[in-house]
Every structure is written in structure tokens, then in C-alpha cells.
Design a protein around this ligand. Structure first.
Ligand code: SAH
Length: 395
């Protein structure tokens, strides 16, 4: 096995079991590993530190896998990691009301670059590192052994693949091609998921718990679901007796799928309106028209892709939330989210405080949202924490 030597003074993060080693922290590599090979990381004194996937195309030159020198990184190692992650999700699926969740969440499940989502009997995978790409035959075989899925579909159309020198793919890896709409259940609600064409791997299962919590306030209420995608918050609100829901999204396909989902669940289409529009424009339109709601949900896409974008993103979050607050009836609820890892909860609360001041409103934080258990945060990898939200009562 090829050795990579760490620069002097760069040991700390590795000893704390952070899984990333940046190219700038590597003194030299003895030999010529291929991208995706497992190499041995030694410190400047030649002492073993960890095993990791190597990639000279990436800023993260090493993605660490194992800190015990005696443990071989072989087929059995990868099979065990897959099995552990899958078993850990069992109880999410146990009561039958949910048959979709994230089975493997990359670094958080000790498999850097591998994401696997379950959609009923189908699996969608994202392969984001060359290391995982190399071991995919073993991963596929293990997933088949454990779950016997009807299909395994590769949805690795993520921009992060470019950083690893990998091309975008969107194709069937095993089994039969999934139907255009795969029916899944979450919180007892049915969704049609378009695995091949949908965003990300087709569905945002990270909002499962948060949809349920927000919807528990929806009985008899007039709800505005912004950035609705295929209707996660809309459908949960109807299930809990919302008097009406308006869903806003800029994507025509998302709105079309949402409308189909409302019919699939036999919810009253007469109580639903959908608007295909830019949310910022639509919120201003509602304000001009004097439209008000009891609950406003704001679940925008990632505004801050990196720390350097945080200032700009904070202003965008502030403005969005300010207008959202202005559309609420007195004492109404704002459920607001940020999936930008660069924005932590404290900063997000600060943004909401600024928005409230600008709107001339008072805000109580009555609940803090986070990502669910199938998107675990590994203690040595705080970068894996990305989803946060606040339920605010607005006066
Ligand atoms: N709340 C959704 C997930 C939202 S994902 C759920 O529970 O499933 C973000 C959504 O925002 C996507 O559907 C995307 O089409 C939409 N979007 C992105 N920018 C937008 C904009 N400026 N205006 C309206 N929708 C937007």
C-alpha cells in the first residue's frame, strides 16, 4: 500500500478523527496511487495515522476511513459499514407508515461519498468520490443481499462529482428500470417519486419529522407552503385538517407532481391552490393583495454553498423571512428552514431577529428543527450538520 506523509503540525484533526485531509496538509506521497485507491497516512515521523481514499483531483486529497492499523480495508470492511447503516434505519420503517428514508449518509456513516436513499422497494444511490466508485460492485452486492431491491438507480448528477474528476451519471445499476412514478409512504402519506427525473435523488426525506411537527399545528388553519417541491408540508398539513393550503414553487414538474400527490391521497383539491412562481415575487404579490395566512412555511434551497457566501445568503434569508412574517395573521406561525451547512443555528436565529425588527414584528422561537436520525451528525465531522429550522410565533 502506498504511503502519504502528513505535514508537521497537521496531526490534530486526524487524531480527532476528522475524515478529511486537505491536499495542502500532505507533505508527499511515496509512489503514484490511482485516484480512489486506499493509501496509508503516516505522520512526519513515519507513524501510522489512518487509512483513506486518495484523490489528487480533489481539494480533499484524502478521505479517511479507518484509524486502526490492524483493520484491513477489504470487501468485508465495506460490507460491514453498509450493513450497520442499513440496520440503524430499521425502526424508522418499522410501523409501516414510512417506507422511504436515507439508508447511507456518506461520512456520517463512515462511507465518504456514498449516499443511498430507499424509495419503497427501489434504491437511489449517489456516488460522489472515486474511492466509493471503485468499490461500487461490493456495495451493490451487499445492498442486494440485505434489501433485495427491485432496482438500484444511480443519481450521481451532483456538482460535487466534478471536484473529484467524475462525470455526471443517471442510470440503472441493477434490477429493472423503476416506473416513472414510484409510490412511497412517509408519515402515512403517499407520494409519487420520479427517481430518474426528480431533484436530488427524487425526494427530500430529511424533512420527514419536521413536516409532521409543523402539520400538528395545521388543523383548521390557512397554510402557505413556499418552496413546496412535491408537497411534503402541503400534504402533511392536509392530513392534519388544514382548511386550505397554497403551495408555491418555481418548478413546473414539482407542482405537477404535487397535484398528482394530492389526488393520490384523496385530499380535497378544492382546498388547494398552487402557484408556479418565484417565491420572492409571489410573497410580494400576496402582500400587495393584502392576503394573510395562519402558517407560512419557508423551505428554500441552499442559499450559502460555502462560508464565503454566508453574508450574502444571510441577507437573502433575512429578506425572505421578513416578507414571510408580514403575511401572517396576528400570532401566526412561521416555519422557516436553512439547509446551508455554513449557517449555524445561532446565526440563523440572529437572521430571524433582524427580519423581525425590519418587519416591525415580535418573534417567539417555539421549536427548533434539525435533520432527522437517518442523516446523522458524526461528532468528529460537524460539517455533516446542515439542516436547521425555527418555528416562530409572530406578533
Ligand atoms: N419543502 C420541500 C423541499 C424544498 S426543496 C419538501 O418538503 O419536499 C426547494 C424547492 O425550491 C425546489 O422544489 C425548487 O424547485 C424550489 N425553488 C428554488 N428556488 C425557488 C424560487 N426562487 N422560487 C420558488 N421556488 C424555488
Amino acid at each position: 500500500m502506498i504511503n502519504a506523509i502528513l505535514k508537521k503540525g497537521k496531526e490534530k484533526a486526524v487524531l480527532q478523527r476528522h475524515p478529511w485531509v486537505f491536499s495542502g496538509a500532505i507533505e508527499k506521497v511515496k509512489g503514484k496511487p490511482a485516484n480512489g485507491d486506499v493509501v496509508k497516512l503516516l505522520n512526519a515521523q513515519g507513524i501510522f495515522m489512518a487509512y483513506g481514499f486518495y484523490n489528487d483531483q480533489s481539494r480533499v486529497a484524502l478521505r479517511l476511513l479507518e484509524w486502526n492499523e490492524e483493520t484491513a480495508i477489504d470487501e468485508a470492511w465495506f460490507r460491514a459499514k453498509v450493513a450497520t447503516a442499513v440496520v440503524a434505519r430499521k425502526h424508522i420503517l418499522e410501523d409501516g407508515s414510512t417506507n422511504t428514508c436515507r439508508l447511507i449518509f456518506s461520512e456520517a456513516d463512515y462511507l465518504p461519498g456514498l449516499i443511498v436513499d430507499k424509495y419503497a422497494d427501489h434504491l437511489a444511490v449517489q456516488v460522489l468520490t472515486s474511492g466509493i466508485q471503485n468499490v461500487m460492485p461490493v456495495i451493490i452486492d451487499e445492498l442486494q443481499k440485505l434489501l433485495n431491491p427491485l432496482s438500484i438507480f444511480d443519481k450521481s448528477d451532483a456538482s460535487s462529482r466534478a471536484h473529484e474528476g467524475l462525470e455526471t451519471v443517471n442510470n440503472l445499476l441493477a434490477g429493472v428500470h423503476p416506473p416513472e412514478l414510484v409510490e412511497v409512504k412517509e408519515n402515512g402519506i403517499t407520494y409519487g417519486i420520479n427517481i430518474a427525473e426528480g431533484q436530488k435523488s427524487g425526494f427530500y426525506c430529511d424533512q420527514r419529522d419536521n413536516r409532521r411537527i409543523v402539520a400538528s399545528y395545521a388543523k383548521g388553519k390557512k397554510v402557505l407552503d413556499c418552496f413546496s417541491y412535491t408537497g411534503g408540508f402541503t400534504l402533511n398539513s392536509f392530513k392534519n385538517g388544514a382548511s386550505s393550503v397554497c403551495s408555491v414553487d418555481s418548478s413546473a414538474l414539482a407542482i405537477e407532481t404535487l397535484q398528482e400527490n394530492i389526488r393520490l391521497n384523496n385530499f380535497d383539491t378544492g382546498k388547494h391552490t398552487s402557484v408556479q412562481s418565484d417565491v420572492n415575487k409571489q410573497l410580494r404579490r400576496f402582500k400587495e393583495e393584502g392576503e394573510k395566512f395562519d402558517i407560512v412555511i419557508l423551505d428554500p434551497p441552499k442559499y450559502a454553498p460555502s462560508r464565503s457566501a454566508l453574508d450574502r445568503a444571510s441577507r437573502a434569508y433575512k429578506d425572505l423571512n421578513r416578507v414571510g412574517m408580514l403575511l401572517l395573521n396576528e400570532g401566526g406561525l412561521l416555519a422557516t428552514y436553512s439547509c446551508s451547512g455554513a449557517m449555524d443555528m445561532e446565526t440563523f436565529k440572529q437572521v430571524l431577529a433582524w427580519a423581525a425588527l425590519d418587519a416591525g414584528k415580535q418573534v417567539q422561537f417555539i421549536h427548533q428543527f434539525c435533520q432527522p436520525e437517518d442523516h446523522p451528525v458524526r461528532s468528529s465531522f460537524p460539517e455533516g450538520e446542515y439542516l436547521k429550522g425555527l418555528l416562530c410565533r409572530v406578533f
